[in-house]
Design a protein around this ligand. Structure first.
Ligand code: BGP
Length: 491
C-alpha cells in the first residue's frame, strides 16, 4: 500500500515556537512575546503591568484562558523566561534546517509568518521590507530544495499593538489590518506559494495570546471568531483573485470524539460536542452558519454581532481544502464538560507523558468523518508525539517510541486513502525540528526528527542532530509510505 505520487510529505512549525529573533530587523512585538515558560504542574502565563506598576499573571492557555484585568498592559517582567524570544532560532538556522528536511525527502514545509515581522504594529500603511526579505529567503531556499511552501498566515498570534489598541479580534479594524497583511503576502509570495492556511486551530484559539482579546467570556469570544471568519473569507476571495490556482484551507484542532457509552444521552452529548468543531468548518467551507449555531449561541448566552453584508462576505470566501491537526481522541458523556482537548479517560488507550491518549484508528475515523461530510480534499498538517528524548553516550537519540507512533498513524492514514477513498493532499508532521511546546512552553516535550540542543530555560548550543526517526522517515518518504508496512510482517 502506497500514497499517490503527488502526495506532499513534510513537517509543520509556527513562528513563535520556532523562529526566535523577536526583535530582529524591525519586528514588532507579538502577543506571544509576553508568554512565559511553564509545565503541566505550573501553567504558563501572560505577564502584564497594572497602572500602579504591579506585575500580574493571567493564564494564557488557549483552552482555558483567564481574562486580563481592566487597565492591564502586557509587559516583559524581570524574573521570567519568555520562550518565543529565542525559540530555537530558526531565524539563524533556516538554511541548515531546510537542508536537513530536504535531505530527508520532504517536498513540503509548513511554517507561519509572524505578522508583526511584516507589519510591526499591524496598523502601518507600508510593510517592513526586512521582514519580507526574511521570508523571501526561506521561500526561495525551499523551492530550490524542492519543497512546496505551506503558509499559515495567522498561527495563534498577532501584533500586540492591535491587541492593546483595538482588543485584537474583537474589533473589525483587525479584519482590515489582516486583509492588508494578506494582500502584501499574496503579492510578494503568490507566484511561488500555492498552499495557504488563513488561521491555525481556529476552533481552539481563545483569549489574549491567541486572539488578542483582553476578555475570554463567550460573548467576546464568539464575536472575535465571527470577525476571524470574515477575515478568512475576505482573504480567500482576495487570494484567488491575485493568485489563480492558489488553494486555501484553514486549520482545525481535530481530536476524534467518542461517546462514553451507548446511553442515548451520551451519544447526544457526543453529537453536540462534535458540533463545537463543525461550527467552524461548516461555516468556513459552506459559507454560512449551520442551523445548530443558534443553539450554541443560546446555551452560551451569546448575541452575535453581525453587520449588513456579512452573509455575502462569508459566502464569497469558502475554503478549497480542509486541514487539521490530529494528536489524540476524547471521550464524552452526558455529564462531562470538555473542551477540544480533554474528556474522560479512554480505558482502551495509553497516553503520552503529557496525558494525551494515543489513538491511530481515530485518525482514520476523523479523515472519513470530514471527507464524508464535505467531499473536499483534506490535508493533515499536524500529527506527532511529544516525548522526552535522551541523548545516549555515543550522541545518538534512539526514539523508537516516536517511530512507533508515526508508523501506527501513517498506516491508518494510508488505509483511509487506499481503502476508504479519502482524498488527502499531504501530511506534515509536527514538528520536524524540536521546538517550544505551545501548551506548556517547555522544550523537553520534543516532537522532532531533528534534535535541538536547548533546555527549558533556553540554555544550550542550539546545535541540530538527527534522531533515529529521521532515517526511518527518510525511508518512508522514499517508498511512498510502503515502509510503514514492513514492521510486524505486514505488507
Ligand atoms: C497545536 C498547535 C501547535 C503545536 C501542537 C502541539 O495545537 O497548532 O502550535 O504546538 O498543537 O502542542 P504542544 O506544543 O502543546 O505539545
Amino acid at each position: 500500500m502506497k500514497v499517490p505520487g503527488t502526495f506532499l510529505w513534510g513537517g509543520a512549525t509556527a513562528s513563535f515556537q520556532y523562529e526566535g529573533g523577536y526583535q530582529e530587523d524591525g519586528r514588532g512585538l507579538s502577543t506571544h512575546d509576553f508568554e512565559t515558560d511553564g509545565s503541566v504542574e505550573h501553567p504558563r502565563c501572560n505577564t502584564y503591568r497594572m497602572p500602579d506598576g504591579t506585575i500580574g499573571e493571567a493564564k494564557s492557555s488557549f483552552f482555558a484562558p483567564d481574562s486580563l484585568p481592566d487597565g492591564a498592559v502586557p509587559c516583559v517582567a524581570d524574573g521570567y523566561y519568555y520562550p518565543s524570544h529565542q525559540a530555537v532560532d530558526f531565524y539563524r538556522h533556516w538554511k541548515e534546517d531546510l537542508s536537513l528536511l530536504a535531505e530527508m525527502g520532504s517536498n513540503v514545509f509548513r511554517f507561519s509568518i509572524s505578522w508583526s515581522r511584516i507589519f510591526p504594529t499591524g496598523d502601518e500603511d507600508q510593510p517592513n521590507e526586512a521582514g519580507l526579505k526574511f521570508y523571501d529567503n526561506i521561500i526561495e531556499e525551499m523551492i530550490r530544495l524542492g519543497m512546496e511552501p505551506l503558509i499559515t498566515i495567522h498561527h495563534d498570534e498577532l501584533p500586540v499593538y492591535l491587541a492593546e489598541q483595538y482588543d485584537g479580534w474583537s474589533s473589525r479594524h483587525t479584519i482590515d489590518c489582516y486583509v492588508k497583511y494578506c494582500k502584501v503576502l499574496f503579492e510578494r509570495y503568490g507566484k511561488k506559494c500555492r498552499y495557504w492556511l488563513t488561521f491555525n486551530e481556529i476552533n481552539a484559539v481563545r483569549g489574549f495570546a491567541a486572539c488578542g482579546t483582553h476578555k475570554s467570556d463567550n460573548q467576546t469570544h464568539y464575536n472575535a471568531v465571527h470577525n476571524m471568519f470574515l477575515a478568512s473569507a475576505k482573504a480567500v476571495k482576495l487570494g484567488h483573485a491575485i493568485m489563480p490556482g492558489a488553494m486555501f484551507g484553514a486549520m482545525y484542532a481535530s481530536s476524534a470524539i467518542y461517546p462514553a457509552t451507548c446511553k442515548p444521552e451520551d451519544v447526544f452529548s457526543h453529537m453536540r460536542q462534535r458540533r463545537e468543531t463543525y461550527y467552524f468548518i461548516d461555516t468556513m467551507v459552506r459559507g454560512y452558519y449551520p442551523s445548530y449555531a443558534k443553539d450554541i449561541w443560546t446555551r452560551r448566552g451569546v448575541t452575535l454581532h453581525t453587520e449588513p453584508g456579512d452573509t455575502e462576505i462569508l459566502a464569497d470566501g469558502t475554503l478549497d481544502f480542509i486541514s487539521f491537526s490530529y494528536y489524540r481522541s476524547n471521550v464524552i458523556s452526558a455529564e462531562t464538560k470538555v473542551n477540544v482537548i480533554s474528556g474522560d479517560q479512554n480505558p482502551y488507550l495509553e497516553s503520552t507523558p503529557w496525558g494525551w491518549p494515543v489513538d491511530p484508528v481515530g485518525l482514520r475515523y476523523v479523515l472519513n468523518e470530514f471527507y464524508d461530510r464535505y467531499q473536499k480534499p483534506l490535508f493533515i498538517v499536524e500529527n506527532g508525539l511529544g516525548a522526552i528524548d535522551t541523548v545516549e553516550e555515543d550522541g545518538s537519540i534512539q526514539d523508537d517510541y516516536r517511530i512507533n507512533y508515526l508508523r501506527d498513524h501513517l498506516r491508518e492514514m494510508m488505509k483511509a486513502i487506499n481503502i476508504d477513498g479519502v482524498e488527502l493532499l499531504g501530511y506534515t508532521m509536527w514538528a520536524p525540528v524540536d521546538l517550544v511546546s505551545l501548551s506548556t512552553g517547555e522544550m523537553k516535550k520534543r516532537y522532532g526528527f531533528i534534535y535541538v540542543d536547548m533546555d527549558d530555560k533556553g540554555h544550550g548550543t542550539l546545535e541540530r542532530k538527527v534522531k533515529k526517526s529521521y532515517s526511518w522517515m527518510k525511508e518512508v518518504i522514499a517508498s511512498q509510505g510502503e515502509r510503514v508496512w514492513l514492521e510486524n510482517g505486514q505488507k
